[in-house]
Design a protein around this ligand. Structure first.
Ligand SMILES: *Cc1c(COP(=O)(O)O)cnc(C)c1O
Length: 360
């Protein structure tokens, strides 16, 4: 059986070269006589894997020296709680920008810890757009402003960074991290679960400005305390060593491809062709405002939902899998992260055209 083009939103495809390297090193890592997953997280082998992963993240994203890079657990969902615990710093209010389902979950969790001001929302537009920045009601007294640069379910992405002045900006980059260059210095904190664009599920990347940490809510568990984790090199408890090793291989792969500007070029090209195919067809439709369509997650519906099942079955037969949209929105969704080759997008476009012709 050959590998399929897997359009899953997450856990998502990994680069084949990374999987092959992991396979080659599985039982004997670099001549050490054992698998990296069998080694102590305190031993020199894993410590070097961890240090290289951090160095590569810093190189790729140009992370300034004044930021900590943490590899934590608990996913982005864990961060929905950890962020207020760490960043309220004696304040009791935070601003949230609501542009989709993940932002909504972040808000639900934050409400346990503070007063949440929803400073802008596109819920009335069914999350198909981003409210104009001029209309945001930001609070100068907020501890931070949280937003979701890419809403994975609705396929809505910011192609700009909000300017929040003195108030630290927090971005949930789970489904867009490493897809293009980003100016980290504009943020107080960036976080991302690994399973979309970084590696296997189980690692959560947190990049946080040093001066914001060390003033947590009293009941904050140690593993959620950024200052404690930074001091312990993210090893306050045993880290998910194998997952981090794979993430490290992905960082090296991205570097070998030419880094984030090359990723951006590829990702933009992949997305543009797919949207052009959708817009140019009579059968498929994407409801998102063209100015904020995601490069990473492309939802689309068929004019007749009765055809969904047949569309999906035919796609699977053509080696194009996991195209079903999220249960909350229905239709289809093609997630086309860094590891989805352009040939996969081309194959999907060909299949869509062929299916439409067959149904005309
Ligand atoms: C997938 C996703 C999450 C949830 O990630 P978990 O690691 O499952 O907690 C949160 N936010 C965004 C934007 C996502 O895409």
């Amino acid at each position: 059986m050959s590998r399929v083009y897997n359009f899953s939103a997450g856990p998502a495809m990994l680069p084949e070269a990374v999987l092959q390297r992991a396979q080659a090193e599985l039982t004997d890592w670099h001549g050490a006589g054992g698998s990296i997953m069998e080694m102590s997280h305190r031993g020199k082998e894993f410590v070097s894997v961890h240090a290289e992963a951090e160095r590569d993240v810093r190189d790729l994203l140009g992370v300034p020296e004044t930021y900590k890079v943490l590899f934590l657990q608990g996913g982005a969902t864990g961060q929905f709680a950890a962020i207020p615990m760490n960043l309220l710093r004696g304040k009791n209010k935070a601003d949230y920008i609501l542009t989709g389902s993940w932002g909504k979950k972040a808000i639900g969790e934050a409400k346990k810890y503070c007063e949440v001001n929803v400073a802008a929302s596109s819920e009335g537009e069914k999350f198909t757009t981003i409210p104009l920045f001029d209309h945001w009601t930001l609070n100068a007294d907020a501890a931070y402003v949280h937003y979701t640069p890419n809403e994975t379910i609705e396929g809505v992405e910011f192609h700009w960074i909000p300017e929040t002045g003195e108030v630290p900006l927090v971005g949930d980059m789970s489904s867009t991290i490493l897809s293009r260059p980003v100016d980290v210095s504009r943020f107080g904190l960036i976080y991302a679960g690994a399973q979309k664009n970084i590696g296997p599920a189980g690692v959560t990347l947190v990049i946080v400005r040093e001066d914001l940490i060390g003033n947590v809510l009293l009941m904050t568990p140690g593993v959620w305390d950024y200052a404690q984790q930074a001091k312990a090199d993210s090893m306050l408890n045993t880290p998910p060593t194998y997952n981090l090793y794979i993430a490290g291989l992905v960082f090296k792969w991205v570097k070998e491809q030419g880094g984030l500007s090359v990723m951006a070029e590829r990702n933009e090209r992949k997305a543009k062709k797919l949207y052009a195919a959708i817009d140019g067809s009579g059968l498929y439709r994407n409801p998102v405002d063209p100015s904020c369509r995601s490069w990473m997650n492309v939802p689309f519906v068929l004019a007749d939902p009765e055809l969904d099942g047949e569309f999906l079955a035919g796609a699977a037969q053509a080696g194009l899998t996991t195209l079903q949209g999220h249960r909350s929105v229905g239709g289809m969704r093609a997630s086309i992260y860094n590891a989805m080759p352009e040939s996969g997008v081309d194959a999907l476009i060909d299949y869509m055209a062929e299916f439409e012709k067959r149904k005309a």
